[in-house]
Design a protein around this ligand. Sequence first.
Ligand code: ADP
Ligand code: GN1
Ligand code: MG
Length: 377
Amino acid sequence: MKREFTQERLGDVFRAFASRSDFTCAIPYGTGHINDTFKVTANQGGAVVIFTMQRINTTIFKQPENVMSNIVQITTHLGERLVAERTVDASRRALQVVLTRQGEDFYREADGSCWRLYVYVDQAFTVDCVEHAADAYTAALAFGQFQRLLADLPGGGASLVETIPGFHDTRSRYAAFKAALKEDALGRAAEVGPEIEFALAHEGLADILPPLVAAGDIPLRVTHNDTKINNVLLDATTREGICVIDLDTCMPGLALYDFGDMVRAGTNNAAEDTTEPEKVVSRADVFEALARGFLAGAGCLTPAEVEYLPLGGQLMTLECGIRFLADYLQGDVYFRTQRPRQNLDRCRSQFALVASQLKQNDVFRKAVAEAARDAAG
Ligand code: ADP
Ligand code: GN1
Ligand code: MG
């Protein structure tokens, strides 16, 4: 049976951590599809302190100790850099993990639920859907800088574990989609004929990157891999992208994944789950802002990386679309849903966005070339 998140339970979980404060209350927080997030208010020596407490989705992240080991390495590295450089507001610019009273990086409840605690980054907000292109620029700059700062992670990323194997292996995502289609567990395949057709018609996009990676033209880097626009906190006053969050999938990957997922989440003029996919357009102004921000933040990318940035957007959007479709076929078991057919709407929105990107390919390629010239010069 599913256990409820009562205040009593959340307080007990919170008290497992060495927060040096007393629990006041916890409220559900954020719009993420994966973890259960709570904003905890506590009292420390009479002052109000706030934390973000998350139950890690262990159906998806089967080895939370690996996830947390990656996150501790990454946040420690970022934090040390910020402090060494005497950065103003350093404690708001990298997530800070609070350990348990036993000194562990996560807490396991008796029922097996795994929890972690972060310092809450106050006076910041996230956007699910970009309104101002300037927000896209600053978010992309933050994700680009994040990637650059992780380039000298001790061990070069070799000590990071792949928390979800093949996370952006689009070919294996296709294999999983086809298996879900074949099984058709709920008999839903009959109603998604056009979406199946779209997915299969664009499968060739999955074959372009692997040979470039094998040849070394596109290098493996330490990447975030879930660069949805709401995974960067924007400062409430300046709107600057100040803190990259949601680090569960940080592991070796391609710069194109990080740029591509920003294009997927940021350029959509409609909500990810819009019920009007025919109105979906990939915004060229936002695309340009993302290219400028990412190239300015990430520093030096190889010529092949720069050339294939627009493909990154198409590929990440297509891949996410087939993941939503596969989940719909399997009965909505992966992504959190709030209503029936939401995963199908999400899939349709992604596919419309792929079509819009393909239509504007020349414009997007030109925008990347110009942004790369400006970043270099
Ligand atoms: P999910 O994997 O479910 O997307 P996230 O780690 O992205 O979970 O967290 C969900 C939401 O919680 C974020 O979009 C953000 O609004 C908020 N959040 C997470 N961590 C912090 C933090 N340290 N400070 C402030 N807000 C946070
Ligand atoms: C999930 O955790 P969240 O909501 O930021 C998913 C991403 C998808 C995204 C689609 C671990 O991201 O891969 O692109 O939903 N995260 C995981 O909105 O699967
Ligand atoms: Mg998130």
